[in-house]
Design a protein around this ligand. Structure first.
Ligand SMILES: Cc1ncc(CNC=O)c(N)n1
Length: 212
């Protein structure tokens, strides 16, 4: 299981689309496709994060969880504004976007995780994994030796910056604390959910990169 997780995690954070940004060979039409689709995704991600906040307010025994999740929601507010300005810069129309299959599947997955019967430990694990994949992927494009085009630096900074890394570590701590106390049934569900997140992230990158 660990080997599979590791393999998938590397697959999700070192996917060809990300590697093409890092080595400067990225096809700008792929980038634009990603931008339009990710805006749609993020608008669905907000209610998911709100559902995690509700679970935290009911289940969490640690006063700090709410602040961390609320901080995530606040930064999504900035992020939506950023998507709008970035899209106008790149001439990507945001209304009437045809939502790709991979995006639809991912959104359906999030909708299921919003259900009240989904355990807080499972939901927060998914939340952490979703954020961590972006953090690790884009931070990779900012490392020494990367040849990320200057016009994509801002995108990579958005998720690859140190503050976002710190936020992901806070989410990881919350998830770990919940999983330590979880029943084996919940633990299994959290593991499966984690793997599903990685699969959806890979499919999302593939959709951006390919011509599907
Ligand atoms: C497909 C996907 N996964 C994760 C993120 C990062 N979270 C919020 O922005 C994202 N924007 N898009």
């Amino acid at each position: 299981m660990w080997a599979k997780k590791h393999l998938l995690y590397t697959g999700a954070t070192r996917q060809p689309f990300i590697l093409s940004i890092r080595d400067g060979s990225v096809d700008l039409s792929s980038f634009k496709r990603w931008l339009g689709q990710d805006y749609v995704f993020v608008r669905e991600f907000v209610p998911f994060v709100a559902s995690v906040l509700i679970k935290a307010s009911k289940k969490s025994d640690d006063g700090n969880d709410m602040e961390v999740i609320l901080g995530g929601l606040a930064s999504l507010n900035d992020e939506i504004a950023w998507f709008k300005s970035e899209a106008s810069k790149w001439d990507v129309p945001l209304s009437n976007t045809v939502v790709h299959k991979a995006n639809q599947n991912y959104r359906r997955f999030l909708e299921n995780l919003m259900l009240p019967e989904v355990d807080y430990a499972v939901a927060i694990t998914a939340f952490w994994a979703i954020e961590a994949v972006y953090q690790e992927s884009f931070a990779h494009c900012l490392e020494d030796g990367s040849k990320t085009p200057s016009e994509l630096q801002d995108t990579c900074q958005r998720w690859g910056n140190e503050g976002f890394g710190e936020y992901c570590r806070s989410l990881q701590k919350i998830a770990n604390r919940c999983l330590e106390k979880a029943s084996s049934d919940v633990l299994t569900k959290a593991e499966v959910t984690f793997l599903r997140v990685l699969e959806h992230e890979v499919e999302f990158w593939n959709m951006s990169h390919g011509c599907a």
